[in-house]
Design a binder for this molecule. Structure first.
Ligand code: K2U
Ligand code: ZN
Length: 178
């Protein structure tokens, strides 16, 4: 079951100092290593309203590089919706389709404290909404039907049992080699 910090509403950041800069660097390192294209501070145990996003060069039309968003907020969303098969670094191995507004405008403060507004569509819009949900204690599985949520819980339990079994056999194996 995901970490309780993922169910809290993260706190707004009031001053952007060296600690925030370092946290952003840690988040980007974690995100690239996953690999992922987005990450929210609660996913690294920090209940703060910070998000990093980088769709990378391969996403055509993506020109923002590594985005560091302080207190991001959705200020507009389109009526049109689009469907994307989402995953989550905090819920490994689980992928389901989620429907969200197709286009959004997100307002945030950048690392220099300047207010920015970005209009986004496509994968960037999906990612921004997925990350802002993390800041509000919402996981993408919350949008699924009760039936599918039951399937998610059973799949997570099975993945956890498999992981535990693998660790036990790895330990036994390494002891044999001692
Ligand atoms: O917040 C997270 O768990 C990071 C997700 C963000 C994300 C989920 C669904 C759709 C878009 C973004 C990770 O980046 S999941 C990995 C990933 C990689 C490429 C494309 C989509 C998802
Ligand atoms: Zn996620």
């Amino acid at each position: 079951m995901p970490d309780p910090v993922l169910r809290e509403a993260a706190k707004p950041v009031t001053s952007i100092g060296k600690d925030i800069e370092r946290l952003f660097d840690d988040m980007l390192e974690t995100m690239y290593a996953a690999p992922g294209i987005g990450l929210a501070a609660p996913q690294v145990g920090q209940s703060l309203r910070l998000v990093t996003i980088d769709l990378g060069e391969k996403e055509e039309g993506y020109t923002h590089g590594a985005l560091r968003m302080v207190n991001p907020k959705l200020v507009w969303q389109s009526e049109e919706q689009s469907v994307y098969e989402e995953g989550c670094l905090s819920i490994p191995g689980i992928y389901y389709e989620v429907t969200r507004p197709e286009k959004i405008k997100v307002e945030f403060m950048d690392i220099k404290g300047k207010t920015q507004i970005i209009e986004a569509g496509g994968l960037l819009a999906t990612c921004v909404q997925h990350e802002i949900d993390h800041l509000n204690g919402i996981l993408f599985t919350d949008y699924l039907s009760k039936l599918k949520q039951g399937m998610v819980l059973r799949k997570m339990k099975k993945l956890k049992e498999e992981q535990t079994a693998e660790q036990a056999s790895a330990r036994a194996h390494s002891q044999q080699n001692l």
